[in-house]
Design a protein around this ligand. Structure first.
Ligand SMILES: Cc1cc2nc3c(=O)[nH]c(=O)nc-3n(C[C@H](O)[C@H](O)[C@H](O)COP(=O)(O)OP(=O)(O)OC[C@H]3O[C@@H](n4cnc5c(N)ncnc54)[C@H](O)[C@@H]3O)c2cc1C
Length: 501
């Protein structure tokens, strides 16, 4: 018997996850299967999540989005990386930029030479060896030029900072244009087949009912289908990622429009600053075990650029993931599948990869368990890669000025992360696996930026130190020379994608 395509997919939830899923599935599958999205205006969406990473451009391309139109519709700005302030120690800063660090010599990397000689040759910070980071520090932006592989203009990448609620509305229009049916209503009961445990129908408060074959749970952290109905267990990462709360608030902008997100470490957590065209998004992410709500809010309000634009919103979360994100005939995408705190802006990306994974392992009408197991295995590996990267920011620090930071500095970390750090420390060598989201460049910028001390790769001795110093000086100069091609971020936005007010 041949596998047959399922006939109907029901998406539960109209947040970023729901509409991202609906838009892309709508484009690729409409006419072949029916798609219906159920959302409740009364419940609403979480309404935070404004910073992205460069891979979002793959989603946009698959959907055929026009960048200018999308940026105008979402009040978007460009993002060249994330600045980490006070993370290594108080009064320190580094940027995790999207792109290459320097250029290679033989098979070795610029950062390997830099770490060998930075003290003896009095070198500048590693930030000066990435063109995107140098431009970010100047508040400038340009489009990368991937054609000219010999130029540093090919060596950086960018993402967006946008209004998440507007992004959802934008995608909703696209999805509906492809024929996705939107049903407004609060789901009050989820009915499962008493024999096989598969979800069959959703009862709505207004008395209607929605049936389907595949159910995509985008209902947010509550996991209405995957957890509350099917009982998928949660694997918590709280012993490594202590933050479980955030206050979010928008404010007016008082500074130049920065082409990067800022993360400033505080006593028991950190604060984000995400500049959009019409406002700045801010939030204080903190651990409720180490700080109460009142103090956390006070710190946030004292550290805004301009006037607050709305009431602060408190969000509670648990870092971790469902052990099974695909169970029976239900796949969880978005917060219903899990959440890693927003430090590296990875949640929207995890939504994107979940959609692509679902397409590549799309269930037949028989819902093969081996497909489901593979889906879960891939999701788990992806989460653990990202989890380790985020934990590294907390673990590698010189800060011991609060109980929170003391815990982070001394905590036991997953073996997978420990092995990587030890290898890098012992020989300045870093290896990534093929499917990992964060590549070597990201890891080394963060590990070195956080203050990890490494022994140089012995192979760097193949080249005399004075040659390495002039190589590094040349990299720095070429980057500075090319930074002239960038223009002020604010002007770029004005000419390219200025939103109407
Ligand atoms: C503090 C914080 C900061 C973040 N910052 C970032 C960031 O910078 N970058 C990033 O990539 N991600 C970020 N995220 C994550 C990001 O917010 C989410 O990944 C994204 O918003 C997706 O949310 P969602 O669609 O899964 O859930 P939600 O937005 O919560 O949507 C849930 C949907 O389900 C519907 N629903 C629920 N129950 C029912 C019911 N009974 N009946 C009908 N409908 C129902 C709701 O109405 C809603 O439409 C952040 C998250 C937090 C907590």
């Amino acid at each position: 018997m041949q596998n047959q395509l399922i006939k109907k997919m029901v998406i539960v939830g109209g947040g970023t996850a729901g509409w991202m899923t609906a838009a892309l599935m709508g484009k690729l599958l409409m006419g072949k299967i029916q798609i219906e999205l159920v959302e409740s205006d009364e419940i609403g969406i979480i309404g935070v999540g404004e910073a992205t990473i460069p891979a979002i451009k793959i989603y946009n391309q698959l959907l055929g989005l026009n960048e200018v139109e999308m940026m105008k519709a979402t009040q978007a700005t460009f993002k060249l990386g994330i600045e980490f302030v006070d993370w290594r120690d108080k009064n320190t800063t580094y940027i995790h930029g999207f792109g290459k660090v320097g250029t290679d010599l033989l098979w070795m990397r610029t950062y390997q030479f830099w770490s060998k000689l930075k003290d003896t040759a009095n070198l500048k910070d590693l930030d000066n060896y990435s063109i995107g980071v140098v431009a970010a520090r100047m508040n400038k932006f340009a489009m990368p030029n991937g054609q000219d592989l010999n130029s540093p203009m090919a060596d950086f990448d960018y993402a967006y900072q946008f209004d998440a609620a507007l992004f959802g509305q934008y995608l909703r229009k696209i999805a509906q244009n492809y024929g996705v049916k939107r049903t407004e209503g609060k789901i009050t009961k989820v009915n499962v087949n008493s024999e096989n445990g598969f979800i069959e129908t959703l009862d709505l408060e207004n008395g209607n009912s929605v049936s389907g074959e595949l159910f995509v749970d985008c209902s947010g952290a509550r996991g209405l289908l995957i957890s509350q109905t099917l009982g998928a267990e949660f694997d918590s990462y709280s012993k490594w990622l202590l933050c479980d709360s955030a206050y979010a608030i928008g404010c007016t902008s008082a500074q130049e429009l920065t082409p990067y997100t800022r993360s400033t470490a505080h006593e028991s957590g950190w604060q984000w600053r995400i500049p959009l065209q019409h406002r700045i998004g801010n939030g204080h992410v903190f651990s409720s075990n180490y700080m109460n709500n009142e103090n956390a809010l006070d710190i946030l309000l004292k550290n805004l650029d301009g006037e607050a634009l709305n009431e602060p919103k408190l969000v509670k979360f648990t870092p971790g993931k469902r052990k099974e994100v695909f169970k029976k005939n239900c796949v969880a995408i978005g917060l219903s599948s899990g959440f890693l705190e927003p430090l590296e802006s990875t949640s929207i990306h995890l939504i994107q990869t979940a959609i692509l994974r679902l397409l590549s392992l799309f269930p037949s009408d028989r819902f093969s368990q081996v497909d489901i197991d593979e889906y879960n295995r891939q999701t788990e590996a992806e989460y653990e890669f990202v989890r380790d990267f985020i934990i590294a920011h907390y673990k590698i620090t010189n800060r011991t000025d609060s109980e929170f930071w003391k815990y982070c500095k001394n905590m036991e970390i997953p073996q997978s992360l420990n092995d990587r750090i030890e290898l890098f420390k012992s020989s300045g060598r870093f290896f990534q696996t093929n499917n990992e989201l964060f590549k070597e460049e990201s890891w080394v910028q963060v590990l070195l930026g956080q203050g990890l001390k490494i022994n140089p790769d012995p192979m760097t001795n193949l080249i005399p130190d004075e040659d390495l110093v002039s190589f590094l000086k040349n990299v720095e100069d070429v980057i500075l020379e090319n930074a002239k091609f960038f223009i002020p971020h604010v002007d770029f936005i004005k000419d390219y994608c200025k939103s109407g007010v």
